[in-house]
Ligand binder design. Sequence first.
Ligand SMILES: [Zn+2]
Length: 284
Amino acid sequence: MLKKWRLWGSCLLLVALIMGAVVWTQSRPSRVQTTPATTNHVAQSPQHDSATTTLAEKPWTKLKHPLKLPILMYHSISTGNQLRVPLQQFDREMTYLKRHHYRTLTTDEAIRALTTNTVPQKKVVWITLDDAYRDNLKILPILRKNHQHVTINAITGFTTKRNHLSLAAMRRMRDTGRVDFDSHTTNHLDLTTLSAKQQRTELADSKNWLDTKFDQDTRLLCYPAGRNNATTRHLAKKTGYTLALTTREGVAQLSQGRYSLERLRIAPGMSLAAFASVVNVKNN
Ligand SMILES: [Zn+2]
C-alpha cells in the first residue's frame, strides 16, 4: 500500500515539475537583447512565429574560414528612382530566399555570426533597409508569409515626418518579431563634415532614443550615405555600437573592420538571376 502511495506521489511531483517548467518558459520577457554568448535563444513574444525560436535553439556551427555575410541594402519599397525597389520585386526576392532555404538573420544573430564566426545554418543573409520610409510597412505581409526578418536603420529625428515611419508604426512592426530597428543617426547628416562633438551627438542621441523607445541595447549603426571617417568609427565604438554598416559594395567580412562593413545594393529592375548570384555566398 505504502509503495503505491509513493508511486502516486512521484507521478504528481513529476507533473508539477513539468507544469512549472512550461509556466516559466512562457513567462520569460518578450524581448531580450543578448550578447553573442547568449543568443542561442531569441526571445519571442507570444504573437511571434515559432519557426524562428525552433531554429534559433539549434547549436550554431563554427566555420573554418572567416564568415562571408551578404548584407543586402534596400531603402524605400516603391518606384521612382534608383534607391526605390518596387514591392513586387521585393516580394519575388524574398520568395526566392525562402525557396532556396536562406535564413534571414536578426541584428543580434548577424552580430553573433560575424563576431563569433558561427552560423545557425549554411545559407544566411542579412536584409537591411535604410531610412525607415513609411512604405516599409508594406513588406510586413511578405515577411509574415515567409517567416523572414529584416533590420530597418531608422533616422530617429525623422519619425514625425510624413514619409517616414512613426514611432507607433515602428512599434507595430517591431511587435511582429519580424523587424529590428537600429540606428541611422538622428538627422542623416554627412558625418565626415561634422566636428567630433557633433558626430557624437548624432550617434549617441539616436542610440539613446532607440534604447528608450524599444527597451533594447542598440548595437548597430548605419552611416548616412555610408560616409564615415576615423573619428566616426572611434565614436561608434565609444558610444556603444558593436558594428557599423557602410554603403561600400561587397560581401561583409570581419576583416573589413567592425565599423566598416560592406553591403550589397539591391537595385530596382535587377533580374532574379542577378539577385541569386548576389546572395550566393559560400561559407565553410
Ligand atoms: Zn540613408
